[in-house]
Design a binder for this molecule. Structure first.
Ligand code: ARG
Length: 614
């Protein structure tokens, strides 16, 4: 289905052509003076020079033709100085557009001419490290971008790309060895089968990593003497050395370490799955850095032999600087001087695997924007050495930091790292309190606590996701529990509240008059509020295209917010259930049910759902 403004543009272009003008620069856009008109066309301005005529005259000629030929499209056609065409769409044109739209499952979003296959690398949690707020952004933005891509008709494959192969694994193994040296995994002469049961729980695992990492990188503590700190630093060096050795042995395939690693992955992944499920984030591929470790030797061999990589201070690197750089882009390291692979190596090998197994048109990384230089190095190294095809798009969608109200990275009250689970709980509690409060003042009778909790969790998810997604991804934002959970303003709960209101009108109608009639047909809008809502609805497919092109969930948020405002204005200005004219009432109901569907599509692209009541 064509976009609404495209149809309007075509009509106006025809009039320009009939008046004898070229139409290349003629298009209809939304008015930038909505107080004067709905749409505008500035085409006459650009023609003045070549046509040797005042734009006002050109626009006047076109207006005459439009009045004659396109009265069914435009209910107002005005020429204003210095040569703008001010237009209002006719209610019947809008209605017929919306009724075509309502017949389509995807509400007017066309199938793309060329379907792309896009790999989305998002989530990026690290095994054994608890998820923190940074991982929230990757998951929430990535999930939304994936759904936008799919709604736009392309194929999206989401890969979680877990951090499961680096030094943190060595640190965990090293710490376990200190604590439980008797474990069979550390007995190098052991040839039997390893136990099925992991020698730790998720809670232990989550404690082991920070402890190990703290030992390897000691920070001074209050009241500690310089001497004592120096001593810990020395011990830290040795500890880290040992962890690096463990990492190398693991990567080289030492049996006991691999078995231990399998346990770490199992315990960690099943916990992760629960967390992501709660966030309604799901992945097609649960690959990690380790998935590609078998590919590394052959890849490195080729990079060496073909001369892409060379030794530098013991390490193996690929030069990636380019003449046009205006800042220093350091070489991309492929192997450390001890021969161990690193973050970079696994990312390069992952790109190679994706090319061979998926052959995507594009790979998009949703990662903290502080990694942008890193990805520039990776992209250049991969391109230059033929790891990806020249035509494959590589795109870094970097996001900003989540800050507290003090403008500093969001922390717990005592200054610790904010775990994702704590942050979710905070919002869920705030939401439950609000919902219980609302229920107390409403007339709907007794409160079912369990149902209220379920609703609160649903709305809380919307509060968190919308709070994040409504900002441009690259920007930092302030995590503000009060604002995010508010039922008013540009928030998730406000959107859901509006949707619930629409559902409730439709339900009340059914209670009063029986099932909604099948033949609900839209009518020409009469009132200003009704017309406004219709116009917002006509823009849905254009919005989806734009959000896809720019990989921008915030465009979907801005749209559903506008839709909510328009729907509420109609609600407040119109008696729908008490409308005496049955036909007119059916028209409203048709409009509301289409609005409901557009909302559903919008929030499903954002990755949350609306409850039946709240
Ligand atoms: N695990 C990484 C981190 O926590 C993010 C992974 C991003 N994806 C990638 N392909 N490097 O920083």
């Amino acid at each position: 289905m064509n976009e609404f403004l495209e149809l309007a543009s075509k009509t106006v272009q025809k009039a320009f052509a009939e008046a004898g003008y070229p139409t290349d620069n003629v298009s209809v856009i939304l008015s930038n003076r909505p107080d004067l008109c709905e749409l505008q066309c500035n085409g006459a301005m650009a023609l003045a020079k070549t046509a040797h005529k005042a734009p006002f005259m050109i626009a006047g000629e076109v207006a005459e033709i439009l009045k004659k030929d396109a009265a069914d499209c435009f209910s107002k056609i005005e020429v204003v100085n210095p040569g703008f065409l001010n237009l209002d769409a006719s209610p019947s044109f809008v209605k017929s557009y919306l009724s075509d739209m309502s017949k389509e499952e995807k509400l007017g979003v066309p199938e793309p001419e060329a379907k792309e296959t896009i790999v989305l690398d998002y989530g990026g949690p690290n095994i054994a490290k608890p998820l923190h707020v940074g991982h929230l952004r990757s998951a929430v933005i990535g999930e939304s971008v994936k759904r936008i891509i799919r709604y736009a008709g392309h194929e999206a494959i989401g890969d979680i790309h877990m951090g499961d192969w680096g030094l943190q694994m060595g640190l965990i193994i090293c710490e376990l060895m200190e604590r439980k040296p008797e474990l069979v995994y550390f007995d190098e002469s052991f040839e039997g089968e390893y136990p099925k049961e992991a020698p730790f729980t998720i809670a232990e695992l989550e404690e082991i990593y920070p402890t190990a990492s703290g030992k390897a990188n000691p920070k001074p503590v209050d009241g500690e003497s310089e001497e004592a700190f120096e001593k810990r630093k020395e011990a830290g060096k040795i500890y880290k050395q040992k962890a690096m050795e463990c990492t190398k042995k693991l990567q080289d395939g030492q049996r006991g370490y691999r078995a231990l690693w399998d346990h770490i992955i199992d315990v960690s992944v099943s916990d992760m799955k629960k967390n992501y499920e709660k966030l309604k984030v799901d992945f097609d591929l649960w690959n990690g850095e380790s998935t590609v470790h078998n590919r590394i030797p052959a890849m490195v061999k080729r990079l060496r032999e073909e001369g892409w990589a060379h030794e530098s201070e013991g390490a193996l690197v690929i030069d990636v600087k380019e003449e046009t750089d205006n800042k220093e882009i350091p070489p991309c390291m492929v192997l450390k001087s001890d021969g161990a692979s690193l973050y970079n190596t696994t990312d390069l090998a992952t790109l190679e695997m994706r090319r061979e197994e998926i052959d995507p048109d594009r790979v998009i990384y949703v990662v903290d924007k502080r990694q942008s230089l890193y990805f520039e190095q990776i992209f250049r190294a991969a391109r230059k050495s033929g790891i990806v095809k020249p035509e494959t798009g590589l795109f870094f969608l970097g996001f900003g930091t989540v800050n507290g109200k003090d403008g500093k990275p969001y922390k717990t009250r005592d200054g610790g790292v904010m775990r994702l689970s704590m942050l979710i709980e905070q919002i869920e509690e705030a939401m439950l309190a609000k919902i219980l409060e609302n229920k107390k003042t409403s007339s709907e009778g007794a409160i079912d606590e369990a149902a209220a909790k379920q609703t609160a969790d649903m709305v809380a998810l919307a509060a968190i996701k919308y709070g994040d997604l409504s900002n441009q991804a690259a920007k930092d934002y302030i995590f503000d529990v009060d604002r995010f959970t508010s039922f008013e303003g540009d928030t998730g709960p406000y959107i859901l509240y509006t949707m619930v209101r629409i559902k409730s009108i439709l339900k009340k109608y059914e209670e009063k008059f029986g099932k909604l009639p099948e033949d609900l047909t839209l009518r020409d809008a009469e009132g200003a509020e009704e017309k406004e809502l219709c116009l917002v609805l006509t823009r849905f497919n254009a919005m989806v295209r734009n959000a896809f092109e720019e990989l921008a969930p915030h465009k979907v948020c801005a749209y559903v917010y506008e839709l909510a405002n328009a729907a509420n204005r109609l609600y407040h200005s119109t008696k729908i259930l008490d409308e005496p004219d049955a036909e007119k009432q059916k028209g409203y109901l048709a409009l509301l049910s289409l609005t409901g569907r557009v909302f559903e599509a919008g929030i499903s692209m954002l990755g949350f759902e609306a409850p039946e009541a709240m």
